[in-house]
Design a protein around this ligand. Structure first.
Ligand code: PRP
Length: 211
């Protein structure tokens, strides 16, 4: 009987590599912002929740947090129309915004968010993404803080899903310094095996798999 872990092809970024790089990104932000800026970090759900949690624990300046959920449906491997499923609770007029994404792939989602935010009159907007796939870009979009540039492989774990599953999956004992199961790593899946088990609305979900 195959287990969840059989769906992992390889560990692309280890837990330690993730944490080291996230601390470095936070250091970059700490050099730019101070308490007076009072930035608002906007976590783009769902994928960025782990990145936001780890990133913010390294920030030295006062900041606030808000959440936005975006959905982008397309066919095959491209993003199509983008829409807001959950909007910000806060007014961002005059605020310094840091958008926190898990991955920038085609760039269509981020382009939509930036256009949407610009219309709300923020003082500044910067973008942090844990992962970027430059080879997949369809629109040129500026990203200020990039954790890792990754190849065009399907990645999951550390918040990133495959058909809403696998967001927390890691390979047991992939970290030799850790006897417990690592709680966070970016992995690639064995595409033949990984499949949306026990998932409702399967056809809709499969239609938008592109990472
Ligand atoms: C992912 C990711 C980005 C977007 C990037 O979200 O979180 O928002 O795709 O893709 P793009 O650059 O091609 O537009 P997804 O729609 O998978 O939702 P999720 O975060 O809830 O998994």
């Amino acid at each position: 009987m195959p287990t969840l872990f059989d769906d992992i092809e390889k560990v692309l970024i280890t837990k330690d590599e993730l944490q080291t790089r996230i601390a470095a990104l936070a250091a970059e932000m700490n050099a730019i912002y101070d308490d007076d800026d009072l930035p608002m970090l906007v976590c783009i759900l769902k994928g960025a929740f782990m990145f936001l949690a780890d990133l913010t624990r390294h920030l030295d300046f006062r900041h606030e947090i808000d959440f936005m959920e975006i959905s982008s449906y397309g066919s095959g491997t491209t993003s199509g129309s983008v829409r807001i499923l959950l909007d910000l609770a806060s007014d961002i007029t005059g605020r310094n915004i840091i958008i926190v994404e898990d991955i920038v792939d085609t760039g269509n989602t981020l382009t939509y968010i930036l256009k949407n935010f610009t219309a709300r009159g923020p003082a500044s907007v910067r973008v942090a993404t844990l992962l970027s796939k430059p080879s997949r870009r369809e629109v040129d979009v500026a990203v200020d803080f990039v954790g890792f540039e990754v190849p065009d492989e399907f990645v999951m774990g550390y918040g990133l899903d495959y058909a809403q599953q696998y967001r927390t999956i890691t390979r047991p004992n992939c970290c030799t310094t850790c006897t417990a199961r690592p709680t966070a790593a970016i992995i690639t899946c064995s595409s033949r095996r990984a499949w949306p088990r026990n998932t409702s609305n399967t056809s809709a979900r499969c239609n938008r798999i592109r990472r």
